[in-house]
Design a protein around this ligand. Structure first.
Ligand SMILES: Nc1ncnc2c1ncn2[C@@H]1O[C@H](COP(=O)(O)OP(=O)(O)O)[C@@H](O)[C@H]1O
Ligand SMILES: [Mg+2]
Length: 314
């Protein structure tokens, strides 16, 4: 029996959107649908086109071609309405110098006529209650990002858009922000964030969209991406001396889906379905005495990314 799936309403629709800067195709024919309650990571290295795509969604840049709708509304007729539906936080936020944390929230809150109880709610949510009377220019990087997040959600938007929310933050501040974002998700917030940290994509988002050179290369859960695009384990090894004939035999094994060997460092990488099934043949071919180091680990998003593009994420 076919399982019937009731689909949530579409919050964001990006339809074949393109943006050039001179000869650079920053965003190249991108199509993306995000439904209510989804948390989506747009993952890609610097220069992939993430910010350009996000800024078009936010109405800050105009596409050369294609269409964008937020909750079924287009920018041409409904820009003001769309602004209320979206919460935006940028990679860096500049605040006026002599403003206190609570005042900054009140300033933006007044714009949407939110009650002062909402300001208290936000201070609590982004853990800035103790800092409510501190000047914003005295805040740490993590606290500033939390304030920016608080401002972004002040009017209870339908979708929250974040551009590299934790780039430049220390691991502790990053974890704090992740915790708040996970709380927001638990309350049903729809989320689209850009990142070049695969850990961030994995921590916050059930759905990962990979962008490279303007194009979307993959879209799915981590599990789906790995199932679809690669085998499941990575073997890394180092030899004591080169063994061209034996390595060639390894490379030609059916179970090996990707093979690389660097002669200078005598290190190799193999993608296999299961390391355990290949280990006996591997040691037989290479010989125990020539093996300096050997390890097997599950495939990560970075391995997948290298396989797709030949480049590391970071
Ligand atoms: N205003 C601009 N003028 C010219 N080139 C730009 C501009 N904005 C972005 N680009 C170029 O477009 C590409 C994508 O940039 P960007 O969207 O910032 O990528 P990301 O956010 O993934 O690092 C890069 O090659 C970048 O140099
Ligand atoms: Mg960017």
């Amino acid at each position: 029996m076919a399982r019937e799936k009731i689909e949530k309403p579409v919050v964001l629709l990006v339809d074949n959107v393109t943006k050039h800067f001179g000869s650079v195709k920053a965003v190249d024919g991108v199509t993306l649908t995000i439904r209510e309650g989804e948390a989506v990571a747009l993952l890609g290295p610097n220069g992939a086109g993430k910010t350009t795509l996000l800024e078009m969604i936010e109405g800050l840049q105009k596409p050369d071609a294609g269409a964008i709708e937020v909750c079924g509304l287009g920018y041409a007729e409904h820009e003001a309405q769309i602004r209320e539906l979206m919460g935006l936080a940028f990679q860096e936020t500049r605040f006026p110098e002599k403003v206190k944390v609570r005042e900054a929230l009140e300033l933006f809150g007044a714009f949407y006529r939110v009650p002062s109880t909402r300001i208290d709610e936000i201070l609590q949510l982004v853990s800035l209650k103790e800092k409510s009377q501190a000047y914003v220019n005295t805040l740490s990087g993590g606290q500033r990002q939390r304030l920016a997040l608080g401002i972004a959600i002040i009017q209870k938007p339908r979708i929250l858009l974040l551009d590299e929310p934790t780039t430049g933050l220390d691991p502790h501040a990053r974890r704090d922000l992740w915790r708040i974002l996970n709380d927001l998700k638990a309350q049903g917030m729809t989320l689209l964030l850009t990142t070049h940290y695969m850990e961030e994509a994995e921590e916050l988002c059930e759905r990962i969209v990979i962008q490279f050179a303007g194009k979307l290369l993959a879209d799915g859960s981590l599990h789906e991406l790995i199932e679809k695009h690669a085998s499941h384990e990575i073997i890394e090894f180092r030899l004591k001396r080169n063994a061209p004939k034996e390595l060639k035999a390894l490379q030609e094994m059916k179970k090996v889906s990707h093979f690389q060997f660097e002669i200078d460092s005598l290190t190799g990488v193999m993608h296999v379905e299961r390391a355990a099934t290949i280990l006996p043949e591997f040691t037989r071919k290479i010989g125990k005495t020539n093996l300096e180091a050997f390890s097997a680990r599950p495939l990560t998003l970075d391995d997948l990314f290298i396989k797709m593009t030949g480049r590391h994420l970071q």
